[in-house]
Every structure is written in structure tokens, then in C-alpha cells.
Design a protein around this ligand. Structure first.
Ligand code: AP5
Ligand code: MG
Ligand code: ZN
Length: 214
């Protein structure tokens, strides 16, 4: 099964992709995570992406299409993948279609996670993750069970993303409405689009996605 999760910044794409991928033995493909890893490693792609990401803009189609094209060829993707944060522009959607066709792969569903704009800002500014294992948390909505200790690995070090501040979030939202929102129309016209209520709590959103998949 191959899926796309669509949604504004902070809608819960990463949270849900992680849960669904784990349950079904699929791979989560987050272009945001891959680009952050490239920035951290100081690679050529990372150097090109850094300032764009910090400003809340979109990295070039050429770069992200290249990253995804290579990643989809890896053997672990044969069991199915969840695209989280890709495609994000109409040219990326068109390129994905060509790519999947050429590799004999299909797209099973496109699921849009719908969340109110005011909730998005609250979700993003409260987000943090474990510096060691990467698992994600939220100050209010998904705190660690013991304050200051990661539930999964016991680490006491946490990080916040460089682009998770209120000003950059607004630019990310602008990029979303300008470039990414048209994809809902694109996939609706192709009879692929399904929507879930992303204002529900995390487990309930997962249940809605599972209902679509079954
Ligand atoms: P990316 O990393 O994809 O960021 P984003 O789209 O802004 O999305 P987020 O990761 O912020 O949100 P999310 O939907 O994953 O939410 P999460 O599950 O964490 O991209 C970063 C940057 O990279 C882009 O700005 C761009 O520059 C570049 N980039 C990436 N892909 C690109 C592409 N294809 N083309 C061009 N450029 C690209 O949830 C958020 C918080 O809310 C968490 O704390 C979570 O615990 C909490 N939460 C989740 N669900 C719920 C719920 N139901 N109720 C309450 N709280 C919840
Ligand atoms: Mg994410
Ligand atoms: Zn951890």
C-alpha cells in the first residue's frame, strides 16, 4: 500500500505517518526529515535548503523530486510507503505520477488531514522531540509520561526545530496555501482524495485513517 498524507504545517502528518507505518510495516518518507538530515550533515543539498527552510519557503522541486525518486527505489519501500510532506506543489505531484508509473508502482490513497489554522500555530509552537531517538512530543497535547524523560529511550535531551517559531510558521502557512492547497483539487479530480478530521485527538485521527485503509 502506498499513501500520501496531505495537510498544512502542524496538521499531524508526521504523527500519523509514524503510527500507520509502524502498524502496517510501511516506510515513512518525510521530505522535511530528509532535508533536515541533509542540513545537519552539511551536504550540498543541505546547504541549498537551509536558508529556504528557515524562512518557511519551499525547497526547489528539482531537489525534492530527486530525493524521493532515489528513496523509493530502496528495497524497504517495496512493502509500501507513506509520503509525508511530498508532493507539495503541482509539478511535484505530476513528477510523482510519472515516477510511480515508470517503476510500476501505484498510489492507493491520498488522505488530507484537516485542521483549523489557529490550532496549527499552537501545535507547532508546542512541539519538541527526543534528541536521541527522534520520537515527537507536544508540551500540551503529547507530553512525556515523566517530565523531562523520553518515554521510548529514557533520554533527557530534547530538541525543537529551527523553523518552529511563530513568524516562520506564518510563512510556512502562506507557502502551504499558495503552493500545496491546490493539490486537494488535483487529487479530488482524480477520485483519490479522502479527508479526515484532524481536530480530533491523535488516536481518533489514526482510527479515521485506518477506516479509510480497510
Ligand atoms: P516538513 O517537515 O514537512 O514540515 P511541515 O509541512 O511544515 O509539517 P510539520 O512537520 O511541521 O507538521 P506535521 O503535519 O508533520 O505535524 P506533526 O505530526 O509534527 O517540512 C519542513 C520544510 O522543509 C518546509 O517548510 C520546506 O521548506 C521543506 N520541504 C519539505 N518537503 C518539501 C517539499 N516536498 N517541497 C519543498 N520543500 C519541502 O504535529 C505537530 C504537533 O502537533 C506535534 O507536537 C504533535 O504531537 C501535535 N499533534 C499532532 N496531531 C495532533 C492532534 N490530533 N491533536 C493534538 N495535537 C496533535
Ligand atoms: Mg512533519
Ligand atoms: Zn527518545
Amino acid at each position: 500500500m502506498n499513501l500520501i498524507l496531505l495537510g498544512a504545517p502542524g496538521a499531524g502528518k508526521g504523527t500519523q505517518a509514524e503510527r500507520i507505518a509502524e502498524k502496517h510495516g510501511m516506510v515513512q518518507l518525510s521530505t522535511g526529515e530528509m532535508l533536515r538530515a541533509a542540513v545537519k550533515a552539511g551536504s550540498e543539498i543541505g546547504m541549498k535548503a537551509k536558508s529556504v527552510m528557515e524562512a518557511g519557503g519551499l525547497v526547489s522541486d528539482e531537489i525534492v523530486i530527486g530525493i524521493i525518486s532515489e528513496r523509493i527505489d530502496q528495497p524497504d519501500c517495496a512493502n509500501g510507503f507513506i509520503l509525508d510532506g511530498f508532493p507539495r506543489t503541482l509539478p511535484q505531484a505530476a513528477a510523482l505520477e510519472t515516477l510511480l508509473d515508470s517503476k510500476g508502482k501505484t498510489l492507493d490513497a491520498v488522505i488530507e488531514i484537516k485542521v483549523d489554522d489557529t490550532a496549527l500555530v499552537e501545535r507547532i509552537t508546542g512541539r519538541f522531540s527526543c534528541a536521541k531517538c527522534g520520537v515527537g512530543y507536544h508540551d500540551t497535547f503529547k507530553p512525556t509520561s515523566t517530565a523531562g524523560v523520553c518515554d521510548k529511550c529514557g533520554s533527557t535531551e530534547f530538541v525543537r526545530r529551527a523553523d518552529d517559531n511563530e513568524e516562520t510558521v506564518k510563512n510556512r502557512l502562506m507557502s502551504y496555501y499558495r503552493e500545496t492547497a491546490p493539490l486537494t483539487g488535483y487529487y479530488f479530480a482524480k477520485d483519490r482524495l479522502k479527508g479526515v478530521d484532524g481536530m480530533a485527538d491523535i488516536g481518533e485521527v489514526t482510527n479515521q485513517i485506518e477506516a479509510i485503509l480497510s
